[in-house]
Design a protein around this ligand. Structure first.
Ligand SMILES: Cc1cc2nc3c(=O)[nH]c(=O)nc-3n(C[C@H](O)[C@H](O)[C@H](O)COP(=O)(O)O)c2cc1C
Length: 176
Protein backbone atom coordinates (compact mmCIF):
# COMPACT_ATOMS: atom_id res chain seq x y z
CA UNK A 1 0.00 0.00 0.00
CA UNK A 2 1.27 3.49 -0.85
CA UNK A 3 1.07 6.50 1.47
CA UNK A 4 -1.59 7.88 -0.84
CA UNK A 5 -3.77 4.93 0.06
CA UNK A 6 -3.82 6.00 3.65
CA UNK A 7 -0.92 4.30 5.43
CA UNK A 8 1.63 6.57 7.07
CA UNK A 9 4.10 6.25 9.94
CA UNK A 10 2.41 5.59 13.25
CA UNK A 11 -0.96 4.59 11.83
CA UNK A 12 -2.40 1.23 10.91
CA UNK A 13 -4.11 0.32 7.70
CA UNK A 14 -7.67 -0.95 7.99
CA UNK A 15 -6.73 -4.56 7.47
CA UNK A 16 -4.15 -4.45 10.27
CA UNK A 17 -6.53 -3.17 12.91
CA UNK A 18 -7.44 -5.82 15.41
CA UNK A 19 -10.27 -5.75 17.91
CA UNK A 20 -8.03 -5.74 20.94
CA UNK A 21 -5.95 -2.83 19.64
CA UNK A 22 -9.06 -0.89 18.64
CA UNK A 23 -10.57 -1.43 22.08
CA UNK A 24 -7.34 -0.33 23.80
CA UNK A 25 -6.90 2.84 21.74
CA UNK A 26 -10.57 3.87 21.74
CA UNK A 27 -10.69 3.14 25.47
CA UNK A 28 -8.68 6.33 25.97
CA UNK A 29 -11.81 8.25 25.06
CA UNK A 30 -13.59 8.66 28.40
CA UNK A 31 -17.37 8.31 28.31
CA UNK A 32 -20.28 8.44 30.68
CA UNK A 33 -22.19 5.26 31.43
CA UNK A 34 -25.90 4.71 30.81
CA UNK A 35 -28.40 1.92 31.19
CA UNK A 36 -30.86 1.73 28.30
CA UNK A 37 -34.15 0.44 29.67
CA UNK A 38 -37.43 -0.60 28.08
CA UNK A 39 -40.71 -2.15 29.14
CA UNK A 40 -41.66 -5.29 27.25
CA UNK A 41 -44.55 -7.74 27.51
CA UNK A 42 -42.21 -10.03 29.43
CA UNK A 43 -41.26 -7.28 31.86
CA UNK A 44 -38.53 -4.65 32.09
CA UNK A 45 -35.25 -5.07 30.20
CA UNK A 46 -32.06 -3.07 30.21
CA UNK A 47 -28.47 -3.03 29.02
CA UNK A 48 -25.43 -0.89 29.73
CA UNK A 49 -24.35 1.43 26.92
CA UNK A 50 -21.50 3.90 26.86
CA UNK A 51 -22.10 4.65 23.16
CA UNK A 52 -24.84 7.11 24.08
CA UNK A 53 -24.47 10.62 22.67
CA UNK A 54 -26.57 13.63 21.80
CA UNK A 55 -27.25 14.17 18.09
CA UNK A 56 -29.64 17.05 17.36
CA UNK A 57 -31.34 19.86 19.26
CA UNK A 58 -34.13 20.46 16.75
CA UNK A 59 -35.62 17.93 16.58
CA UNK A 60 -34.23 16.58 19.87
CA UNK A 61 -32.35 13.41 18.92
CA UNK A 62 -29.93 11.14 20.76
CA UNK A 63 -28.33 7.85 19.82
CA UNK A 64 -26.79 4.72 21.23
CA UNK A 65 -25.23 1.77 19.44
CA UNK A 66 -26.57 -1.72 20.09
CA UNK A 67 -24.45 -4.78 19.37
CA UNK A 68 -26.01 -7.11 16.82
CA UNK A 69 -25.26 -9.97 19.21
CA UNK A 70 -27.21 -8.35 22.04
CA UNK A 71 -30.07 -10.40 23.49
CA UNK A 72 -31.65 -7.25 24.90
CA UNK A 73 -31.64 -5.00 21.82
CA UNK A 74 -34.36 -6.97 19.92
CA UNK A 75 -36.74 -6.45 22.87
CA UNK A 76 -36.03 -2.71 22.94
CA UNK A 77 -36.40 -2.57 19.16
CA UNK A 78 -39.76 -4.36 19.33
CA UNK A 79 -41.34 -1.94 21.82
CA UNK A 80 -39.85 1.08 20.05
CA UNK A 81 -39.27 3.14 23.18
CA UNK A 82 -36.37 3.33 25.61
CA UNK A 83 -35.07 5.36 28.49
CA UNK A 84 -31.46 6.47 28.80
CA UNK A 85 -30.54 6.35 32.49
CA UNK A 86 -27.31 8.30 33.06
CA UNK A 87 -25.46 6.70 35.97
CA UNK A 88 -23.71 8.55 38.77
CA UNK A 89 -20.45 7.52 40.42
CA UNK A 90 -22.27 5.59 43.14
CA UNK A 91 -24.02 3.33 40.62
CA UNK A 92 -21.08 1.26 39.44
CA UNK A 93 -22.73 -1.94 40.72
CA UNK A 94 -25.77 -1.18 38.54
CA UNK A 95 -23.50 -0.93 35.52
CA UNK A 96 -21.94 -4.30 36.37
CA UNK A 97 -25.38 -5.85 36.87
CA UNK A 98 -26.83 -4.55 33.61
CA UNK A 99 -23.84 -5.72 31.58
CA UNK A 100 -24.01 -9.32 32.79
CA UNK A 101 -25.56 -11.84 30.40
CA UNK A 102 -28.14 -14.32 31.61
CA UNK A 103 -28.89 -12.72 34.98
CA UNK A 104 -31.98 -11.08 36.44
CA UNK A 105 -30.77 -7.54 35.99
CA UNK A 106 -33.69 -5.93 37.83
CA UNK A 107 -33.40 -8.08 40.96
CA UNK A 108 -33.26 -5.68 43.90
CA UNK A 109 -33.13 -2.65 41.59
CA UNK A 110 -35.52 0.15 42.47
CA UNK A 111 -37.28 1.53 39.42
CA UNK A 112 -40.53 3.18 38.41
CA UNK A 113 -42.45 3.61 35.15
CA UNK A 114 -42.38 7.02 33.48
CA UNK A 115 -45.46 8.69 32.00
CA UNK A 116 -44.56 6.89 28.77
CA UNK A 117 -44.48 3.54 30.56
CA UNK A 118 -40.70 3.16 30.33
CA UNK A 119 -38.73 1.93 33.36
CA UNK A 120 -36.50 4.50 35.02
CA UNK A 121 -33.79 3.46 37.46
CA UNK A 122 -34.01 5.19 40.82
CA UNK A 123 -31.15 7.57 41.53
CA UNK A 124 -29.92 7.93 37.95
CA UNK A 125 -28.56 11.42 37.33
CA UNK A 126 -30.64 11.95 34.20
CA UNK A 127 -33.47 9.98 32.66
CA UNK A 128 -34.32 10.52 29.01
CA UNK A 129 -37.38 8.84 27.49
CA UNK A 130 -37.09 8.32 23.75
CA UNK A 131 -38.95 6.90 20.78
CA UNK A 132 -36.92 5.06 18.16
CA UNK A 133 -37.04 7.06 14.92
CA UNK A 134 -34.20 5.50 12.91
CA UNK A 135 -31.86 2.51 12.87
CA UNK A 136 -28.66 2.39 10.85
CA UNK A 137 -26.63 -0.77 10.42
CA UNK A 138 -22.97 -0.15 11.20
CA UNK A 139 -20.71 -3.19 11.19
CA UNK A 140 -21.45 -5.34 14.23
CA UNK A 141 -23.63 -2.64 15.78
CA UNK A 142 -26.86 -0.82 14.97
CA UNK A 143 -26.95 2.95 15.47
CA UNK A 144 -30.24 3.57 17.21
CA UNK A 145 -31.57 7.11 16.91
CA UNK A 146 -34.19 8.18 19.43
CA UNK A 147 -36.37 11.27 19.57
CA UNK A 148 -36.55 12.64 23.09
CA UNK A 149 -40.08 12.53 24.49
CA UNK A 150 -39.45 13.64 28.05
CA UNK A 151 -36.49 13.99 30.37
CA UNK A 152 -35.67 14.65 34.00
CA UNK A 153 -32.69 15.39 36.19
CA UNK A 154 -32.48 13.64 39.55
CA UNK A 155 -31.87 16.73 41.64
CA UNK A 156 -33.14 19.49 39.42
CA UNK A 157 -34.72 21.34 42.35
CA UNK A 158 -31.59 21.66 44.44
CA UNK A 159 -29.38 22.04 41.38
CA UNK A 160 -26.86 19.64 42.94
CA UNK A 161 -25.96 16.63 40.86
CA UNK A 162 -23.79 13.65 41.78
CA UNK A 163 -20.50 13.14 39.99
CA UNK A 164 -20.87 10.98 36.88
CA UNK A 165 -19.77 7.38 36.49
CA UNK A 166 -17.06 7.31 33.85
CA UNK A 167 -15.73 4.48 31.69
CA UNK A 168 -12.09 4.89 30.77
CA UNK A 169 -9.42 2.45 29.59
CA UNK A 170 -11.63 -0.57 30.23
CA UNK A 171 -12.69 0.32 33.76
CA UNK A 172 -14.95 2.55 35.82
CA UNK A 173 -13.36 5.68 37.22
CA UNK A 174 -14.55 8.63 39.27
CA UNK A 175 -13.79 12.28 38.76
CA UNK A 176 -11.29 13.45 41.35
C1 LIG B 1 -19.10 0.12 30.26
C2 LIG B 1 -19.89 -0.71 29.28
C3 LIG B 1 -20.40 -0.12 28.15
C4 LIG B 1 -21.14 -0.86 27.22
N1 LIG B 1 -21.65 -0.24 26.13
C5 LIG B 1 -22.38 -0.94 25.24
C6 LIG B 1 -22.94 -0.29 24.12
O1 LIG B 1 -22.80 0.91 23.92
N2 LIG B 1 -23.67 -1.05 23.26
C7 LIG B 1 -23.86 -2.40 23.45
O2 LIG B 1 -24.52 -3.03 22.63
N3 LIG B 1 -23.34 -3.03 24.51
C8 LIG B 1 -22.61 -2.33 25.41
N4 LIG B 1 -22.10 -2.95 26.51
C9 LIG B 1 -22.41 -4.38 26.71
C10 LIG B 1 -23.86 -4.55 27.23
O3 LIG B 1 -24.12 -3.81 28.36
C11 LIG B 1 -24.21 -6.00 27.58
O4 LIG B 1 -23.22 -6.56 28.32
C12 LIG B 1 -24.36 -6.76 26.34
O5 LIG B 1 -25.31 -6.12 25.55
C13 LIG B 1 -24.77 -8.21 26.64
O6 LIG B 1 -26.05 -8.28 27.16
P1 LIG B 1 -27.31 -8.51 26.22
O7 LIG B 1 -27.03 -9.68 25.36
O8 LIG B 1 -28.46 -8.69 27.15
O9 LIG B 1 -27.45 -7.25 25.42
C14 LIG B 1 -21.36 -2.24 27.45
C15 LIG B 1 -20.84 -2.84 28.60
C16 LIG B 1 -20.12 -2.09 29.50
C17 LIG B 1 -19.60 -2.76 30.75
Amino acid sequence: MSDAEGKSAGTSSRSQIEGEQLRRVLGHFATGVTVVTAHTEEGPVGMVANSFTSVSLDPPLVLFCAGTGSDTWPSIQKVGHFCINVLNHQQEQLAVKFAKKGSDRYEGVEHMLSAHGIPRLAGATAQIDCQIVAEHEAGDHVIVVGQVLEMDLADSESGELSAPLIFYRGGFVRLS
